[in-house]
Ligand binder design. Structure first.
Ligand code: SF4
Length: 385
């Protein structure tokens, strides 16, 4: 069982906080899609073992960038190519990230016809001043209208919301979450604003043209979010993700369960359980290399320590938590005795967190409490080998 990620590296304009790979010039979109189709075709030659052991593809995710800039024909061609090269499950989850300003009745119909069965909509905020501050391409009216339309065509919808921005009061944050709940959106991905290196936001903060983020405000808004989402019947199944029953993201869940995935397109990452490889994050270099019949990637074989640290990091972010039994299995590069020792060490290191109420242990599982989730990354880093 594996997943496929398709990276569409184009956006209408650059959001100030974003450090993903994208270009705001759509001039070479056709050529890039052609290269992407070719990359999928070349994959069995470049990664024969990973392709042979991938099994059935359970999820396909169009991310970016802005995949909603693709035409229906482009989406169909990509899905046809995936089906030509891989075995795809009959009930495959196919998610498309869409920005509100790209959503229209016609587009929604076309996406449905093309086989998309889950939409991820980049709302971020319903307030005009927040959207302007973020330099989003959409406005408040489009945020509202796009959701009204989307819910008529899709029932499996997730929206992204950002909290912890300097001007977002708790009251405004509440209104953002309440609007999503009122509209019956079954899945929410809520992210604390992070100031990434080399982004316009970092520059604006450095030049004192906008205030820096306030970690206390972010913690407070995260705690409030957990409370509101729980009251509204959402399951908090991963630090940033909340789902009504039956609406967890199958694609992202498979990342968190350490399942293999292929990533296609510039900057896309792939993982086969032990190695990770990633494509060049440059559209021109990507197209040129694919044109010459070569996938432009770099590869890293994870050591046993890296495999375990990654497992700790991603598992602790999930509702289920870290399964200690899993630490002693499926880790290549350490023998049984060494892995048993790792388990003992992890338990020993966890005691202080269990004692101060940040973590609980249930049989083989270590999971974070509500308060522990506020410190997830720090606790995970502390448990690293
Ligand atoms: S639309 Fe998404 S990928 Fe594009 S700049 Fe904004 S946040 Fe980044």
């Amino acid at each position: 069982m594996a997943g496929i990620y398709i990276h569409i590296p184009f956006c209408k304009q650059a959001c100030h906080y974003c450090n993903f790979h994208f270009s705001t010039s759509l001039r070479y979109k056709n050529e890039l899609i052609t290269a992407l189709l070719k990359e999928i075709e070349l994959t069995p030659n470049f990664f024969p073992e990973a392709t042979a052991s991938a099994g059935i593809i359970e999820t396909i995710y169009f991310g970016g960038g802005t995949p909603s800039l693709c035409t229906q024909d482009e989406i169909k061609k990509i899905l046809d190519k995936v089906r030509e090269i891989f075995s795809v499950s009959a009930d495959v989850e196919i998610t498309l990230e869409a920005n509100p300003d790209d959503i229209s009745e016609k587009k929604l119909q076309q996406w449905k016809e093309a086989g998309i069965n889950r939409l991820s909509i980049g709302i971020q905020s319903f307030f005009e001043e927040d959207l302007t501050w973020m330099n989003r391409a959409h406005n408040s009216r489009q945020a509202w209208e796009s959701l009204g339309l989307a819910t008529r065509y899709f029932n499996n919808i997730t929206i992204d919301l950002i909290y912890g921005t300097p001007a977002l009061t708790n009251e405004k944050w509440k209104q953002n979450v309440e609007k999503a709940i009122e509209l019956g959106i079954p899945h929410l991905s809520c992210y604390a604003l992070t100031v990434e290196p080399k982004t316009p936001l970092q520059k604006l903060i450095r030049e004192h043209r906008t205030p820096d983020v306030n970690p206390d405000q972010q913690s407070e808004q995260f705690l409030l979010l957990m409370e509101w989402a729980q009251q509204a019947g959402y399951e908090h199944y991963e630090i940033s993700n909340f789902a009504k029953p039956g609406f967890r993201s199958r694609h992202n869940s498979s990342y968190w369960q350490g399942k293999p995935y292929f990533g296609f397109g510039p900057s896309a990452h792939s993982f086969d359980g032990q190695s990770r490889w990633w494509n060049v994050a440059n559209n021109t270099k990507y197209m040129r290399s694919i044109g010459e019949g070569t996938i432009p990637f770099e590869k890293e074989v994870l050591t046993a320590t890296q495999q375990i640290n990654e497992l700790i990091m991603i598992s602790l972010r999930t509702r289920e938590g870290l399964n200690l039994e899993r630490v002693t299995q499926n880790i290549r590069g350490m023998n049984k005795e060494e892995l048993a020792e790792v388990k003992v060490q992890l338990l020993k290191e966890s005691i202080k967190y269990i004692k101060n109420g940040l973590m609980i242990q249930e049989k083989e599982w270590l999971r974070l409490t509500r308060e522990g989730r506020l410190l997830a990354d720090g606790i995970a880093a502390d448990l690293f080998l």
